[in-house]
Design a protein around this ligand. Structure first.
Ligand SMILES: [Zn+2]
Ligand SMILES: [Zn+2]
Length: 193
């Protein structure tokens, strides 16, 4: 069971990976590159965590910008699927599929002309929690509407639980939290949808 439920991290934008999740500098502690046939993704193992026998020493790396359509997404491995909204500035979805089964998803609304984006909710199946799937979905959302291209992000109401606060405190969220800042196009789209 532990071998199949492996942690996953979004690839670094610059291509390099300097730190393990525990904060070990991989250039000093060493790392091992590998491949997960289960997930069809490259893996990285922290040399220090591995030598100390710490759980989570290995993780998969997934490119958050590589988003498939539902039809074209591979049926094997762990993949990101993007379902576009039915109407412009409406609510679309990002999904993580493992062997064709949705294990995590996030709703998002994006308006390109207004440079506005709202993350509606991030949901991860019970069996796949605490493995980084939520973080990957957030990275995928930011890849759709990059803050570097002027997008202002916000979220809908965020549950005030320790687990939820821990998630948002660790994810490097660049926008407003818990208060959606919808443009008029988004409001109109919700009315049409
Ligand atoms: Zn480590
Ligand atoms: Zn708009």
């Amino acid at each position: 069971m532990y071998g199949t439920a492996r942690a996953v991290r979004p690839t670094s934008p610059d291509g390099g990976r300097r730190w393990c999740p525990r904060g070990h500098d991989l250039t000093i502690g060493g790392k091992q590159a590998g491949y997960s046939h289960r997930h069809r993704l490259d893996t990285v193992t922290c040399g220090v965590c591995w030598d100390l026998g710490l759980p989570g020493a290995s993780w998969c790396e997934i490119d958050p910008a590589e988003q498939h359509t539902e039809e074209q997404a591979p049926d094997v491995g762990l993949v990101l699927v993007r379902v576009p909204p039915a109407v412009r500035a409406g609510v679309g979805q990002l999904r993580m599929r493992l062997d064709g089964v949705v294990v995590a998803d996030a709703d998002l609304a994006v308006c390109a002309p207004c440079r506005r984006a709202v993350l509606e909710q991030v949901r991860v199946d019970e069996a796949h929690r605490r493995l980084g799937y939520g973080r990957v979905l957030v990275a995928a959302a930011l890849a759709v509407a990059p803050p570097g291209q002027g997008y202002d992000w916000s979220t809908t109401t965020v549950l005030n639980s320790p687990a939820t606060r821990a998630f948002w405190a660790a994810v490097g969220w660049p926008g407003q939290l818990g208060r959606p800042d919808r443009c008029t196009d988004m409001v109109r789209a919700v009315g049409e949808g």
